[in-house]
Structure formats: C-alpha cells, structure tokens
Design a protein around this ligand. Structure first.
Ligand code: HEM
Length: 340
C-alpha cells in the first residue's frame, strides 16, 4: 500500500463511528433496537447543520463587504452556496422519512432514558436561525428557550445574535443598489417619479376589497423611515421589488436568484418544521417533549412564527402585471443589459 492520506484517518472514522453510545445498552437497561437509528439520524443532522453553517458564514463574509461589484464572482458565489444550503435542507426534510420508520412503541422503549435531552437543544440549529435573522424577541416560547440550555450554550447563541444576520446584510446590499440615485437613469425627477407612477398603476390594479393595501404600500414602500421591528427598510424594499419586476434584464437575474433562494431557505425550514411536528404528533401524540415543552403545540407555534424572510415574501402583494410596468429609460435599459 502506498503512503499518503488513508481513508479512515482522513475522515476520522474512529471518532465518528464510535460516537454512538446507547443509553438503552447500559447494564441496567432492557435494550432498545431503534435507539441506534435515533442517534445516527441526529448525528447526521448535526453534520449537515455544520456544513450549512459553514456555507452561511462564508456567504455572510462576502455580503459584509461594503461593495459587491456586479461583474465580480461574489454574487455568483453567494447564490451558489445558498443554493447548496437549500439542497441540503431538502435532504434534511427527506430524512424525516427515515425517523418515521420508528414506531411509537419502539420509541417508548428508550424515550424516558433521554430526558431532558431534546433536539430543541441543538445549538447549531439555533445558531443557524440567529445567523439568518431570527431575533430573540421573535422566538416562540422565549423563557422555555433559555431554560433548557446550558449557560455556555446560551452564550453561543447570544454571540450569534450579535453578528449582523443575513437578512440585515441583504438589506444593506439592497440599499446600495447602484443606479437608484443617479438621475441620468431616470426620466423627469428621478426615481421618485418612477415610484409615483408605479403607485398609481398598483392602485388601479386593486379590487375594492383591497383598497386598504394602499396604506400598507405607502408605509412599507414609499416612506424613508424604517420601524425598528422591520428587517427591511423602504429603500431596500423598493430595490427588491424593482429586482422582482425587471428580473428579465441580465443585470438583475442573479439578484433575483438571490432573493428567491432566501425564500427557498425559509420554505425548506418551514417544511422541515411541519414534517418534524407531524412526525412528533404521530410518535408521541399530545404528550410533552423530552425537552419539557408542550410538544406539538410548541412546535406548531415555532412553525407559525419563525419565518425569517417573510418580508420578502410579502413584497409579492405589491407586484403588478408585466404589461403594465412603467417603461424604463434607454440609459437604464442599457445599464441593465449586457452592454453596460
Ligand atoms: C422520535 C423523533 C423525535 C421526536 C419525538 C422529537 C420531538 C421533539 C419535541 C417534542 C420538540 C419540542 C421540544 C421538546 O419538548 O423536546 C422537538 C424540538 C426539536 N427537535 Fe425534535 N424530535 C424528534 C427527532 C428530531 C430529529 C431527528 C431532529 C434533528 C436534528 C430534531 C430536531 C429538533 C429541533 C431542531 C427542535 C427545535 C425546533 C424549534 O425550536 O423550532 N428532532 N423535538
């Protein structure tokens, strides 16, 4: 055999493959066949969480730059890595099928021996939520959230919450959108005229029952002030809506892809939460979780509340039909095309 890197050393398989210590294998326990599956599946999740965090942190590093040139590889890299995150999350949703091969009775064989451990204590999962932009004050069951974790783990999550989250980095990037403030790209009095025209067309597109939408539109889109509870400023929202509307222009295709991938991440996380909650209901019914929460009710609250990129999803309420879009100036069309 040649010298060099050896498969099992490189992957440190001695550590990974010896890290399954079954509680039900203790001498005073009766044994539970499915505990091996339970441990392996959680470990597989944690490894994938590690990879997701690695990608998200690298993306945050790029997005934190004060300038991201349209023709640099940065935006492509960001999009590509977040797409990878989505692919991993889809796998994680699929893995619930495997845990569902464990029946409620099989789980009861070892369930009590796990208390008070719970997937709820997955620090990587909570750090991921924080890095994407879930704020502590928006978490469901906040007291419970703190009480179940070791103090050093609470510190880790607090530290993650102190970093600028993905949604804020995206907000900053949208606020810097080039050409928005340059009068040469806009007819008349600059982009204000564009948005006033847009507002008019949008108002005409509403049916009588939707007239209140205008108030929301004015507050979220037209103003300059940002309420502290908003993740996105009106200026960033205008840029995002503009990207969604004119995404067929080459310069906006990648930015559109980026906004879309954020929604995909939120959607995958929601599907995971839903599938996990349904699986929990099927396996433990209405009993409390090993982590001490109300079980299904807690998970249902988190499912409804923990949408991180909801403000982007909300922008679709303000779209108008393609055929009615305000025409762009020739200068702007050239800028958004291949020839700029
Ligand atoms: C038999 C299988 C499972 C059951 C019965 C179960 C049950 C529960 C319950 C009841 C909770 C709420 C907290 C508590 O009181 O414990 C919870 C939370 C959680 N579990 Fe599971 N779980 C299972 C498998 C998994 C797996 C395979 C993962 C993968 C890592 C996982 C990750 C999580 C996470 C991340 C939370 C927190 C969710 C949030 O805060 O939105 N669980 N689980």
């Amino acid at each position: 055999m040649k010298d060099g890197v050896y498969y099992s050393d490189y992957l440190q398989l001695d550590k990974i493959l010896n890290a399954q210590q079954l509680e039900s294998a203790r001498p005073d326990s009766q044994g539970a066949h499915d505990e091996m599956l339970f441990i392996v599946i959680h470990q597989a999740y944690e490894l994938w969480f590690k990879q997701i965090l690695f990608e998200v942190e690298s993306v945050a590093g790029i997005m934190a730059k004060s300038h991201i040139a349209d023709n640099s590889p940065d935006l492509y890299t960001v999009h590509h890595r977040l797409k990878r995150v989505v692919t991993i999350l889809q796998l994680l949703v699929g893995q619930i099928d495997i845990i569902e091969t464990m029946t409620p009775l099989d789980f009861l064989d070892f369930r009590d021996q796990l208390r008070p451990a719970s997937g709820f204590q997955s620090i990587q999962f909570k750090i991921l939520e924080a890095l994407l932009g879930l704020k502590m004050e928006n978490r469901h069951g906040q007291e419970y959230y703190i009480s179940q974790l070791r103090p050093e783990d609470v510190v880790k999550i607090r530290d993650a919450e102190k970093k600028t989250p993905m949604i804020a980095l995206i907000n900053q990037w949208l606020e810097r959108m080039p050409f928005f403030d340059d009068p040469k790209y806009w007819e008349g009095k600059g982009q204000h005229e564009f948005w006033n025209k847009y507002r008019e067309i949008y108002e005409q597109s509403l049916n009588p029952a939707e007239k209140n939408n205008m108030q929301v539109f004015d507050q979220l889109m037209m103003g300059d002030k940002r309420k502290p509870e908003w993740a996105l400023s009106p200026r960033a929202r205008r840029a995002a809506l503009f990207i969604m509307l004119y995404r067929d222009y080459p310069l906006l295709q990648l930015p559109f892809g980026l906004l879309n991938v954020l929604l995909e991440i939120d959607e995958c996380l929601s599907i995971w939460r839903y599938r996990h909650m349904s699986m929990v209901h099927r396996i433990i019914g209405m009993r409390t979780g090993t982590g001490g929460s109300t079980g299904k009710d807690y998970l249902s609250g988190a499912l409804m509340k923990h949408h991180i990129f909801a403000e982007f999803a909300g922008l679709t309420s303000f779209l108008i039909e393609r055929g009615k879009l305000p025409k762009l100036s020739d200068e702007l069309k050239a800028k958004l095309g291949y020839s700029h």
